[in-house]
Design a protein around this ligand. Sequence first.
Ligand SMILES: [Zn+2]
Ligand SMILES: [Zn+2]
Length: 450
Amino acid sequence: MAKKGIRFVDIKDKLNHKTDSKKNIKTNKNIALNTVNKTKDIFGHNLKLWELLSNKIEKVLDFYQYEQIETPIVEYAELVLGGLLKDESENKKQFFLVEKAGEKSMILRPELLSGMIRSYFENKMQNKTQPVKMYSLGRVFLDKPENVFSQYYQLGLESIGDSSPIIEVETMLAIKRLLESFGFEHISFEVNNLGCETCQEAYIKEVKKFFKEKKTKLCSKCKKALQGNVWDVFNCKEEKCKALRSGLPAFDDFWCSNCKKHFSIIVEYLDFLKMNYEINTQLRGFSKFEDKFVFTVHYVEKDKKHNIGFGFRHDNLMKTISMNGKYGVGASIDVNSLFKSLRNHKNKKEIEPFSVFLVQIGDMAKKKAFELVEELRKENIIVKTNLSKDSLRNQIAMAEKSKVDCILVIGQEEVMRGEVIIRDFQSGLQESVSFAKLIANLAKRKKQAN
Ligand SMILES: [Zn+2]
Ligand SMILES: [Zn+2]
């Protein structure tokens, strides 16, 4: 029941508002009727696309034995930030913290992997056959200046409980197949090995030694990094720093035997599976806890290479969380790109299956319409109606708007004769069919339409 005083507004205005605060729609009690800044509603055709997207993802990932999991959109902040922030000074403004009196700080999840890892331990999945493979599709919240939306969809994949390099290969293969099913082309990976604690320690020592004399020539950020997170030196884009670090010995010279073996097995399988990949020794940096193998995922569109996701082994993170936790590989895919691809490439039939609109005129026809709707639904034919409307013109207009395949019309006369008029939406051709033959007639049309 509508509350007195609320003014209903044209939803179209609302959709176009973007972040323009001048366009705020207010009730006469001064309550804003806008979505929160940088968020949006999804409905109608777009929501149908999201459902289709979710089904497609399920189909592919089910094949690779990933089980879907839904975790809450809110988690304790310490769990999420403990894994995400590389150091405490990092800007926390991009996160949505939720404070409640008497409770630990919570956070609207900025990614899906921590929730899945938490769930693995909380639900004692270490007692199941390992690895436990799961995926989650859902909203995440991250407010970065360059983002159009602060609330968007992500797909997270996790394989927990196995140290084998095959896990990385499986994850990459599942991602490749998934992207192919969405029509992406020239899917490729960039891969690197960040080493384990043993080889990292040896290399960091070497890096510090290397910069001992040259330190003064580095930028202030790099100088600071050498005191703390040495890996940040490699992220610096300043030309003078880039030139200085070009003389550094390669990290792969410092890989321990385990890391060397792990990496070479992955590469061997990628070759065997004819996967397109490139070793990029500069690749690093998704979170604090990634270790050993890391990768990014790319596709090519209009001669341009686009990044659509990344993945990494995070055995260190597992150890940090629990004594029993040893191994994990996670990956994250940008779902907006999948959505755009679906919207651009997919044929209408996959999104809008065969449907009819039932128009009724008069009391007798209305009663018959109720009956027919149920019969058609039983036969899985999508029937749209507006049984509360009486005017023929209104109903026909609605039928045209809803872009159905056929319009069915029944009036007083049709009911008496036991017939229904079927009008083909595209050709405009119409025929009268008896109630008894209606289902068979529509089934034939449905088959032709698909
Ligand atoms: Zn190692
Ligand atoms: Zn620098």
